[in-house]
Design a binder for this molecule. Structure first.
Ligand SMILES: Cc1cc2nc3c(=O)[nH]c(=O)nc-3n(C[C@H](O)[C@H](O)[C@H](O)COP(=O)(O)OP(=O)(O)OC[C@H]3O[C@@H](n4cnc5c(N)ncnc54)[C@H](O)[C@@H]3O)c2cc1C
Length: 390
């Protein structure tokens, strides 16, 4: 193992491995790389889903791909044909195995198990480098990509922004009788009591008897475990109609939902990536494809500029849209269902996806905003501004 690397990855989860893997597919594949993470990921800790219209790097790994999705709310139920998009699911375990195998096959890539304590720009003659302290050893890198992140450390930092979470408990279940429609995931199923917060069930059907059923909230406060479990049990029995089933796997976690701008450049030689680098979409919690697009942009910047910092920034209006939605979810959680229903009911799906992907033009974005009940949004917008003035 060397002391110096071209690229050091502090954190080898989704973002660290995606970027290292993306580099391994380019002319950077011969560079010395070090990937540091305290955890050897030999288990399935995530199921990553994403919609996409164009090919993306891990499509071939998809465990399931769907061409339809369902949206079910009070008074509105629709199945959407996704074309030209497809909805894919990549299992964490498949992703870790695939990227790790590809990277360990390269002689210039090292993995280190350890907890990075510090990432700083080097001082003195080593100024063109960053230092990484781990396991009481110091490594230097030309560039350090920092994705260290722990959900347990997520907390409000200022009164200026919203700090909600997407929190969920998911069970992969196998039922005695066929209860799933394998062709159609339920992206939102609101047939669960709302009790003042946005609550829905997310269903990924693997076949007629097996699927992931996830009880999800977009809100500020977490629930006691028993409450997620009771809601899941009720949905499986009363809505899916499954009397007998086995739980095969469990997914319980939280995703930050905040418009707080992430620090991207954390030093002369340090770039934050992944959740730490603000790649989670504040109003939906989706990040997987955004992380892949970020990896491609970092590589383009390295190639064109010799540094990784020339990254595209979405128009500022998207942060305002996110903040408005978060404000509604935080202070009027019962309106979450209404807002999402209006977005799905009153817009073609591709317009909605472009909006969520931060791609649409102003006119298209405004058409989408005009399709939702205006008063809660105006009230949230006013609240946002008065909050910031205080
Ligand atoms: C259960 C779950 C399901 C999700 N599902 C979806 C989905 O379907 N679609 C979607 O688009 N997004 C989804 N997300 C959101 C997002 O895609 C993931 O959170 C994604 O894993 C973020 O990548 P990351 O690299 O930032 O974080 P992680 O993948 O969590 O990686 C962070 C890494 O940092 C390591 N680390 C922490 N501290 C240190 C340290 N001191 N030193 C070194 N390493 C350290 C951790 O061990 C970890 O491996 C999901 C998130 C969760 C939690």
């Amino acid at each position: 193992m060397n002391n110096h690397y071209d690229f050091i990855f502090a954190g080898g989860g989704c973002a660290g491995l995606s970027l290292a893997y993306a580099m391994s597919q380019t002319e950077f594949r011969d560079r010395a790389m070090l990937i540091i993470d305290p955890v050897v990921k030999a288990y399935n800790d995530h199921t990553w889903c994403y919609w996409s219209r164009e090919p993306s790097p891990f499509d071939a790994l998809a465990y399931r791909t769907w061409d339809r999705i369902a949206f079910i709310a009070a008074g509105f139920e629709r199945e959407f044909d996704l074309a030209p998009y497809r909805y894919r699911m990549v299992r964490g375990l498949d992703f870790y195995r695939h990227t790790r195998e590809a990277l360990t096959a390269l002689p210039n890539v090292d993995f280190l198990r350890g907890e990075v304590e510090r990432v700083v720009d080097a001082a003195g003659p080593e100024k063109q480098r960053a230092e990484v302290l781990v396991n009481a050893l110091t490594f230097t890198g030309d560039w350090v990509f920092d994705s260290r992140y722990r959900a347990t450390e997520y907390r409000p930092l200022t009164r200026r922004y919203h700090y909600l979470t997407q929190h969920f408990l998911g069970w992969e279940i196998e039922t005695a009788a066929p209860v799933f429609d394998p062709a159609t995931p339920r992206m939102f199923d609101f047939r669960t009591p709302q009790r003042g917060a946005m609550r829905f069930v997310y269903v990924l059907p693997y076949d007629a008897r097996r699927g992931l059923v996830e009880y999800t909230l977009f809100s500020k406060d977490l629930l006691p475990l028993a409450e997620y479990e009771a809601a899941l049990r009720a949905y499986i029995a009363d809505v899916l109609g499954a009397r007998e089933y086995r739980i095969l796997e469990e997914e319980r976690d939280l995703i930050p939902m905040t418009e707080h701008p992430a620090e991207r450049r954390a030093g002369q030689r340090v770039l934050n990536i992944g959740t730490r680098g603000g790649r989670v979409k504040a109003s939906t919690g989706y990040a997987f494809l955004r992380i892949q697009r970020d990896a491609a942009a970092i590589i383009r910047s390295l190639r064109a500029r010799g540094h990784p910092f020339d990254l595209p920034a979405p128009p500022r209006r998207y942060r305002t849209f996110d903040a408005i939605l978060l404000d509604i979810l935080q202070y009027h959680g019962d309106l979450g269902q209404t807002a999402f229903t209006a977005m799905f009911r009153n817009n073609p799906l591709d317009r909605l996806f472009r909006f969520l992907d931060e791609e649409g033009d102003v006119y298209e974005n405004l058409r989408l905003m005009a399709s939702v009940p205006s008063w809660p949004f105006i009230r949230a917008w006013i609240h946002l501004h008065t909050r910031r003035l205080r």
